[in-house]
Design a protein around this ligand. Structure first.
Ligand code: HEM
Length: 396
C-alpha cells in the first residue's frame, strides 16, 4: 500500500471493509486522512487499547474541544471526554439510572412510540425510511429519556447535529450563529426539565440523576446539563444508523427476512450480527499519553488515535470469514459499544429499541424493497444511511 488512505473518500465510504482488510494485512497501525489520525485496525490491538485508558486517554475525544467563539462547550465536562478519577466519579453517579429497573420502565414507552411510528409508514409507496422510521424512533426515546415534552422530540436531531458541529469548529459566521442558537435553545429546555423535576420528582431518568448520591456526592448542575447533552448526541445518531443498517440488511437478504418473520425470537440474534457486520460507531478517538508500541509500530506520545471498531469486527482472526453476514455466529461481541471503563451506557437501550422496532415492522410488513439509491452520511467515525428510500410491502 502506498500513500495515506483517505477514510472519507466516496469509494471508501461505500465499502470501508475492503480498505480495513488491506490495512489489517499490510499496515495494521498507520496514519490516515483526514486529520492524520493514527488508526489501530486489528481486533486484539483495538481491545487492548480500549482496556488501557492510562496510555490511550479519552481527553482526546473531540467532543471536549472548546472553541473560543463559543466561550464554553456544554460537552467539555461530559464523562466521555474524561479519564479516571473524574470519569469514575461521574460514571458511578449515573450508572444506577441506567440499570435494569430503569430499562424495564422504559420498555413500555419505547413500544408506545414504535407502534405509532410503524403505523404511520405508508404501504406500497416510496418513503425515506430515515424520515419514517430510523430517525423518529430514537428521537422519541432520547427525548423521553431526557424529559422533553413530546412536541420537542422532533427537534432532537437538529440539536444533536448542531451540538456535534461545535467540535468541527466551523469558520462560517452563519453556521456559528446557528450552533449558538441551538446550544441556547437546548440549554433552556433542559434547564426547564431540571427545574420541573426538582419541584415534582417523577419515576424517570432525570429525577434519578437529580437524586443520585455516591459517597455523599451528587452531580452539579453543569455536570447534569452536559450529561443530558451527551445523551442527546450519543444516543441518537448511533441508534438511527443501527436501525438503518438493520433495514438495509433485510432488503438485501430475503432468506434472513423470512427467518425473522417466521420467528421473532431470532431478532436479537439478528441485531447482534448487524452490530458486528455494520457497527454504527466505526471508530472512537483516543490520545496517547506516552509512546505506544502496537503491532510493532511506534505511535508517538500526544498522538490522536482512532480505534477502528469497524475493522476489528471484520478481523478474520476473531470472526472467521468476517466479511460474511452470518446471524448464526456463536458468542457475544460487545465491541460495537466499546470496551472497558467507557463501555456504552445505552447499549441495552439501543438493543431494546432495535428489537421492538423490528418486531413491529415485521408484524406489519412482509418485505422491503429499495426505491432508489441509499446515501451514506459523511463521517468515518459514525456510519449509516442518511437517505434510505424504501417501499414497504404489506402482506398480499
Ligand atoms: C459510549 C456506541 C447508543 C450513551 C459509547 C461508546 C461506544 C458507543 C463505542 C464508547 C466510547 C469510548 O470508548 O470512549 C454506541 C452505539 C449505540 C449507542 C453503537 C447504538 C447502536 C447509545 C444510547 C445511549 C448511549 C442509546 C444513551 C441513551 C452512551 C454514553 C457513553 C457511550 C453516555 C459514554 C460512557 C462513558 O464515557 O463512560 N457508546 N452507543 N449510547 N454511550 Fe453509546
Amino acid at each position: 500500500m502506498s500513500g495515506r488512505i483517505n477514510l472519507l473518500a466516496p469509494e471508501v465510504r461505500a465499502n470501508p471493509y475492503a480498505v480495513y482488510a488491506e490495512l489489517r494485512r499490510h499496515a495494521p497501525v498507520c496514519q490516515v486522512d483526514p486529520g492524520g489520525y493514527w488508526v489501530i485496525t486489528r481486533h486484539d490491538d483495538v481491545v487492548a487499547a480500549f482496556k488501557n485508558p492510562q496510555l490511550f486517554s479519552n481527553t482526546g475525544v473531540r467532543l471536549a474541544t472548546k472553541p473560543e467563539w463559543l466561550g464554553h462547550n456544554p460537552f467539555a465536562d461530559s464523562m466521555v471526554g474524561l479519564d479516571p478519577p473524574q470519569h469514575t466519579r461521574l460514571r458511578n453517579l449515573v450508572n444506577r439510572a441506567f440499570g435494569p429497573p430503569a430499562l424495564a420502565r422504559l420498555e413500555g414507552r419505547v413500544r408506545h412510540y414504535a407502534e405509532a411510528i410503524v403505523a404511520r409508514i405508508p404501504e406500497g409507496r416510496e418513503v425515506d425510511f430515515v424520515d419514517a422510521f430510523t430517525l423518529p424512533l430514537p428521537a422519541s426515546v432520547i427525548g423521553e429519556l431526557i424529559g422533553l415534552e413530546p412536541s420537542l422530540h422532533s427537534r432532537c436531531k437538529r440539536w444533536a447535529d448542531d451540538l456535534t458541529s461545535i467540535s468541527a469548529n466551523p469558520q462560517d459566521e452563519k453556521r456559528r450563529e446557528e450552533i449558538l442558537a441551538a446550544v441556547r435553545e437546548t440549554e433552556a429546555e433542559m434547564a426547564k426539565v431540571l427545574a420541573l423535576r426538582r419541584r415534582e420528582p417523577r419515576e424517570d431518568l432525570v429525577t434519578d440523576l437529580l437524586q443520585a448520591r455516591v459517597d455523599g456526592q451528587s452531580l452539579s448542575d453543569a455536570e447534569l446539563m452536559s450529561f443530558m447533552f451527551l445523551l442527546l448526541v450519543a444516543g441518537l445518531e448511533t441508534t438511527i444508523h443501527l436501525l438503518g443498517h438493520c433495514v438495509r440488511v433485510l432488503m438485501e437478504r430475503p432468506d434472513v427476512l423470512a427467518r425473522l418473520r417466521a420467528d421473532h425470537s431470532l431478532i436479537p440474534r439478528f441485531v447482534e450480527e448487524v452490530l458486528r457486520y455494520e457497527p454504527p460507531v466505526q471508530a472512537f478517538g483516543r490520545l496517547t499519553t506516552a509512546e505506544a508500541v502496537v503491532s510493532g509500530v511506534r505511535i508517538p506520545a500526544g498522538a490522536p488515535v482512532m480505534l477502528l471498531i469497524g475493522s476489528a469486527n471484520h478481523d478474520d482472526a476473531r470472526f472467521p470469514d468476517g466479511d460474511r453476514f452470518d446471524m448464526d455466529r456463536e458468542g457475544v461481541n460487545n465491541l460495537p459499544f466499546g470496551h472497558g471503563i467507557h463501555f456504552c451506557l445505552g447499549a441495552p437501550l439501543a438493543r431494546m429499541e432495535a428489537r421492538i422496532g423490528l418486531e413491529l415492522l415485521l408484524s406489519r410488513f412482509e418485505r422491503f424493497t429499495p426505491a432508489g439509491p441509499l446515501e451514506w452520511n459523511h463521517s468515518f467515525t459514525v456510519r449509516g444511511p442518511r437517505v434510505l428510500p424504501v417501499i414497504a410491502h404489506g402482506p398480499s
